[in-house]
Design a protein around this ligand. Sequence first.
Ligand code: F0G
Length: 456
Amino acid sequence: RRSWAEPYKIKVVEPLKMTTRAEREQAIAEAGYNTFLLRSEDVYIDLLTDSGTSAMSDRQWAGMMVGDEAYAGSKNFYSLEEAIQKYYGYRYILPTHQGRGAENILSKILIKPGDYIPGNMYFTTTRLHQELAGGTFVDVIIDEAHDPRSQHPFKGNVDLQKLTDLIKRVGAERIPYISVAGTVNMAGGQPISMANLRAVYELAKSHDIRIILDATRAVENAYFIQQREADYHQQSIAIILKEFCSYTDGCTMSGKKDALVNIGGWLALNDPDIYEEARNMIVIYEGLHTYGGMAGRDMEAMAIGIEESVQDDHIRARIGQVEYLGQKLLDWNIPIVVPIGGHAIYLDAKAFLPHIPQDQFPAQLLAAELYREAGIRAMERGIVSAGRNKDTGDHYYPELELVRLTIPRRVYTQAHMDLTAEAVDEVYYNRHRLRGLKMVYEPKYLRFFQARFELL
Ligand code: F0G
């Protein structure tokens, strides 16, 4: 068996600053032990997120040069619309500044106070927009998703029984749509199977409920379907993606992930009436319906990025790199979420630091420690990200207390992955010395972005 290698070569490089341990200790303390508050200049390997951090291709950069910055009717809008219709298959497209712009508009249109929105685990911005519109998010993902050790191949699947129970309990008319994400970020980048989505679709249709896809990493989801679902081994990613989207009525999309661009997103719909309302709303919150917060050049780069993103060679190398890092950590018995997900390796902070209680923020601490150790920036995905219950004011205590090592697309080399694994191993070796954190500043919304901590 031969090893795989990247289906591209490097044409431009961005030199990185090397820092000393003393410099990093100071930087992370000044950042309140929150990796979101570090300056990127002080970071060596930036695994905070795969959002907007991908390397664009030479073709995408060429696309930037043909940006048509007309206020209305930019030709790049039509390239983008065509690419989305071709590869995702939705009828109506509205560009937005990024994913949450689409979530805001969709939630405002579809959700009435008192409604329930079932979903396969929450995402931070998605749930918040649902709540701000007066809705209540209900998690209907399968139980295995909450277990970092379960080897279920499709931990993003919806539990049809949980969904049926909710429909019985509140009534279909209180459920404006089912919110389905592929892959599921907060579960560890875990996919949903085609068979499951099809079954959700059939159940939803029988109750006249819509399905809205969070398509942010749907291409990565398609790769897992191709690898793990019997009927799809011989199908191309492009074909799988289109079938996947066909079981949904529209999508919100952060183009900053799968679509290989630094900024942008869209809202896609099949229903002409909802589209009409969204097109009205977009001019209030985003921009005219042919740019929606994006520059013409960025729409062109995204149109090209969409086409590159569905190439089988691309996606195999992309997820292959994530698997390479994950396999190394597994070989060294470091607790990570399994199976290895699509865009990131998730360290299981509860297993890593069992001596630190969840309300002393073990994942937050572990992320800070990785930075201190090696200048690697990761992200907390645990109790800080989960926020507080809006009714009781208590922390949500998620089962999963994770640190996400998120791999940008086409950016880092295998040597960067090796160094990352070695740094994690070093922190793991010294884990018993670590103490918890205390939160000293807590913002009202999406607190993980700006909260500050001190060492206990
Ligand atoms: N949905 C999912 C599944 C996401 O991962 C994100 C963003 C969004 C929606 C919102 O999109 O950032 O363009 O407004 N996730 C980033 C991350 C921030 O780091 O995982 P956005």
